[in-house]
Design a protein around this ligand. Structure first.
Ligand SMILES: [Zn+2]
Ligand SMILES: [Zn+2]
Length: 170
């Protein structure tokens, strides 16, 4: 089990980071969301008349839940701080450009944005294909079309028998 983070822990890390970088973010609210499915964290801001105003840091609940190693959680939080630093300090939305990446380097975090892949995959409907003779698993497919194709054209590798499909969630 990894460390479980609460909002205070996140705020503390952000405040320490702001101090270290000489650009304070303690006034920016930290939000935790159970509905983030596509990202682990985001930095929300408003862009108006050439000025960028910080709105909030938002993190996925699963990120803080103890599911991930502490270093992963830190990297995500500092990644969002890097967006804050780059955008608000420079009044420009730097996204993931070279300037942003330099900020990441200064923070000692990876410059890439792999965090999407870290999200636990939600289970979906599909089909498990099994050998009709011995019952061992042959394959798994999401789409009924590819299932039908296999049922029509292939036999099991184990027994050279017909293949059967079973609905499953995986
Ligand atoms: Zn980012
Ligand atoms: Zn078999």
């Amino acid at each position: 089990m990894n460390k479980v983070w609460n909002v205070e822990d996140v705020r503390k890390l952000l405040a320490e980071t702001g101090e270290k970088m000489g650009f304070d973010c303690a006034h920016v609210p930290v939000e935790v969301s159970s509905r983030m499915e596509k990202t682990m964290g985001s930095f929300l801001f408003r862009e108006k008349e050439g000025r960028i105003t910080a709105h909030a840091f938002r993190f996925a609940q699963v990120l803080l839940s103890g599911y991930y190693d502490e270093s992963v959680v830190r990297n995500v939080i500092l990644h969002e701080y890097a967006h804050f630093y780059a955008n608000v300090r420079d009044n420009r939305n730097h996204k993931h450009d070279a300037y942003f990446k330099r900020v990441c380097e200064e923070l000692g975090i990876p410059t890439h944005t792999y965090f999407k892949e870290l999200l636990p995959r939600t289970k979906k409907n599909g089909y498990i294909l099994v050998c009709s003779k011995c019952g061992s698993r042959v394959a798994a497919r999401r789409k009924v079309d590819s299932v039908n194709m296999i049922l029509k054209s292939k036999v099991s590798g184990c027994c050279h028998a017909k293949i059967r499909a079973k609905k499953a969630v995986f």
